[in-house]
Design a protein around this ligand. Structure first.
Ligand SMILES: [Zn+2]
Length: 269
């Protein structure tokens, strides 16, 4: 399997994130966070390749984070691929991104809620252009879910970003909830738009969506496995169990857990 959405953060940031969830949510996060242990458990679950990310929640730290992410990828070896981070308030997000790609990052992660800027922020234009030029993808947490359902027309914004950057691929995290049906409509005419399964299907997930099997099937070639591992309040296979419970056939599950990711990124091919 290929998991396009997992998290590794430097120890201090990991501790801060765990503290935040303990104080502000009812999520009980207990999975290990040490990179080698996170990767070992992924491999044990049958994941052969995975993308991992952190995010710069403030200006001034993106370059250092990217350095940590690429060093961690080298330490983890085969199958572990970092996604870069940039911050719109930094002087040169495009330069930061290009350096990160050169150092081994295979794309970019943007978290609109934590980072407090939109993917369509004009200050990201250069960075998104650099991604498009390399034919690589951005993984986007769109809007403020799960804390608010207001995405400020997320699907409209993602469509405009794709139009402005031919060649760019966007993976919308968390299956695009709460706009997932609109995104599924869009996938039919936009082959560069993907949705990941992260936390949207696990029966125990606080971000689980209601969806019919037919809706998953109509977007099935543009759905990729993502999990948010290890920052989830349930076992690794939650989203997989949720997908299988819909009654999808084996070929569809294989497309979602493996083949689609290979089309998404040359790193996974
Ligand atoms: Zn995530």
């Amino acid at each position: 399997m290929i998991d396009v959405h997992t998290h590794l953060h430097p120890p201090r940031l990991t501790a801060a994130i765990r503290r935040w969830f303990a104080e502000h949510s009812s999520w009980v996060l207990r999975h290990p966070t040490e990179p080698r242990e996170v990767a070992r458990l992924l491999r044990e679950a049958g994941v052969t390749r995975f993308a991992f990310c952190s995010y710069a929640h403030k200006p001034g730290i993106a370059r250092e984070l990217n350095g940590w992410l690429t060093a961690t990828a080298r330490d983890l070896g085969d199958g572990a691929f970092p996604l870069a981070t940039v911050h719109a308030d930094d002087p040169d997000p495009a330069g930061d991104l290009r350096d990160a790609l050169r150092a081994g990052c295979i794309g970019l992660k943007v978290h609109e809620d934590v980072q407090r800027f939109g993917l369509d922020d004009p200050r990201l234009d250069g960075a998104l252009g650099a991604l498009a030029a390399h034919g690589v993808f951005v993984l986007a947490h769109v809007g403020h879910i799960p804390w608010s359902d207001d995405t400020n027309d997320g699907p409209g914004r993602m469509t405009r970003v794709l139009e402005r950057h031919p060649g760019l691929r966007i993976v919308v995290a968390h299956f695009g909830a709460p706009d997932h049906l609109r995104y599924l409509d869009l996938t039919a005419r936009e082959p560069r738009l993907f949705l990941d399964t992260t936390m949207a299907f696990a029966p125990e997930s606080p971000m689980r969506i209601e969806i019919a099997r037919a809706d998953v099937e109509r977007g099935a070639r543009q759905i990729v496995l993502g999990t948010d591992w290890p920052n989830i309040p349930y076992a690794y296979d939650g989203d997989l169990r949720g997908l299988r419970a819909l009654g999808l056939d084996d070929a569809t599950v294989r497309a979602i857990t493996n083949e689609n990711a290979r089309r998404l990124s040359p790193a996974f091919a």
